[in-house]
Design a protein. Structure first.
Length: 72
């Protein structure tokens, strides 16, 4: 029963993620993948991963700033 509750809690937490972070990750992954493709063989995957991480961080900072501005 404890395993079921834990799985349910993790599943609901995953669904609660905001779409803007996912959109930023997708945009960054596309841009990073294209840039990595032009750098050389095998770099597209690394570029996509880096682009996703960078865009995710950028959109998280934007959301944090917007939340702080709305709070004031």
């Amino acid at each position: 029963m404890r395993t079921f509750i834990t799985a349910l809690a993790l599943g609901s937490a995953a669904l609660a993620a905001t779409p803007s972070f996912a959109k930023g990750c997708i945009r960054g992954a596309i841009a990073g993948g294209v840039a990595g493709h032009y750098v050389g063989k095998g770099h597209a995957l690394a570029g996509a991963a880096a682009g996703c991480a960078i865009a995710h961080h950028h959109y998280a900072q934007q959301a944090k700033a917007a939340k702080a501005a709305a709070h004031r």
